[in-house]
Design a protein around this ligand. Structure first.
Ligand code: NDP
Ligand code: MG
Length: 383
């Protein structure tokens, strides 16, 4: 029996993880649940899983039957909750840089951190990796591509990879021309062809920023330089990623596109559990196809690579500008095409500084957001 904190419990990853907890009550106990503002959703989960601690960023009136639970409120509530609960594992599934603190606090008290929150590595990669090493905490990837690479590397034993190949569905706009992409509506961008996820990551998939963030994530997790991390578009999302070795052999991990796979793998590691998903039926599988990503129509992947090469606060600037622009897009304040332009502007206009502390990261993030807002105002909704 392992105790687990689910940080981002009401989200797409959080609820799928809790489905696994529910399916395996003898193996997992959810002792800590955290969310931002969805209090009704969290109350329902609290009734079902009886955690010891809960956290909400936005304070809410706690119903009588849940008052025995220890509640934390406010911006740092998820951090405080995990520090209080001290579970074996923390599933870090808050979205955005807001999750960085939860990852760092989880590393302070947990035996293992199950990492979905890729923005924590994009913005705080060196801090997070250093702390995991210092504290001897196992960092298990939940992002499907990184879970696939992790599984392939395990299978490879002592053999070092020559290259990592991240697969990418191509997102909702993969086949669209440039002008149509510029003006894609929120509804169009959110209809992802293969995965069902939260709205922020689905927008990132459509711009290929998600794959850019994942290149940075892979670079930290597997200690690989950017030139050894390739991206290939694979619209069927059956191969979740691959690793190539010095003899040219390539190992791949395959499965149905179902996040309960990588979530369950991280939760049960080093074992495996049956999460109840569909099997791959090879005889009924259509062709598996591959193509190169198009940097002209989807410039964000290139911006992310550049930010990783630049180092220092450049990935923080990339991420902050993107988070801000995605918020604007989702609230109808700017066009889809302006997301990439705002990121480009921030990368060009914000000075890059070394990152030695959490403070440095938040300073760079605030600056990038300010820069992105200025760019978005300049571009205007119709520009
Ligand atoms: P969702 O938007 O579905 O869920 C986000 C969760 O985080 C919600 O529970 C939300 O609470 C909570 N939250 C947001 N801000 C805070 C905060 N400041 N403090 C505490 N809780 C907060 O996102 P996803 O589940 O899609 O994604 C989560 C992370 O996992 C992201 O980093 C994403 O990139 C990564 N990921 C997701 C995948 C997926 O399939 N969804 C696949 C691979 C990676 P509330 O409901 O109250 O807003
Ligand atoms: Mg992914």
């Amino acid at each position: 029996m392992r105790t687990i904190a689910v940080l981002g419990a009401t989200g797409s990853i959080g609820t799928q993880a809790l489905d696994i907890v529910e399916k395996y009550p003898n193996d997992f106990r959810a002792v800590c649940l955290a969310a931002m503002s969805n209090s009704e959703g969290l109350f329902k989960l609290a009734r079902k899983f009886s955690p010891e601690v809960c956290a909400l960023v936005k304070p809410a009136e706690i119903p009588e039957d849940l008052k025995h639970i220890r509640w934390f409120f406010g911006e740092n509530s998820a951090r405080e909750a995990v520090l209080f609960a001290r579970p074996d594992d923390a599933l870090c599934a808050v979205v955005g840089i807001a999750g960085l603190g939860t990852v760092l606090s989880s590393l302070d008290v947990c035996k293992r951190v199950l990492l979905a929150n890729k923005e924590a590595l994009v913005t705080g990669g060196s801090l997070v990796m250093r702390k995991a090493k210092e504290k001897k905490v196992e960092l298990l990837p939940v992002d499907s591509e990184h879970s696939a690479i992790f599984q392939c590397l395990k299978a490879a034993g002592e053999n070092a990879p020559r290259r990592i190949i991240l697969t990418c569905s191509g997102g909702a706009l993969r086949t669209w021309d440039r002008e149509r992409i510029e003006n894609a509506s929120v509804g169009e961008v959110l209809s992802h062809p293969t995965w069902r996820m939260g709205s922020k990551i689905t927008v990132d998939c459509a711009s290929l920023m998600n794959k850019g963030l994942e290149v940075i994530e892979a670079s930290y997790l597997f200690d690989m330089p950017p030139e050894k991390i390739d991206v290939v578009i694979h619209p069927q999302s059956v191969i979740h990623s691959m690793v190539e070795f010095r003899d040219g052999a390539v190992l791949a991990q395959l499965g149905k596109p179902d996040m309960r796979g990588p979530i369950g793998y991280a939760m049960a590691h080093p074992g495996r559990i049956d999460y109840g998903g569909e099997r791959l039926d090879f005889a009924r599988l259509d062709a598996l196809t591959f193509e190169a990503p198009d940097g002209e129509r989807f410039p964000c992947l290139g911006y992310a690579r550049q930010a990783l090469k630049t180092g220092g606060s450049a990935p923080v600037i990339l991420n902050g500008a993107n988070e801000e622009a995605v918020l604007w897009f989702l609230s109808g304040k700017t066009r889809f095409g302006n997301i990439a332009k705002a990121v480009y502007a921030a990368l060009n206009e914000c000075a890059v500084h070394p990152v030695n502390s959490e403070e440095d990261i938040y300073t760079a993030d605030a600056l990038a957001r300010k820069c992105a807002r200025k760019a978005l105002e300049r571009l205007g909704p119709e520009a």
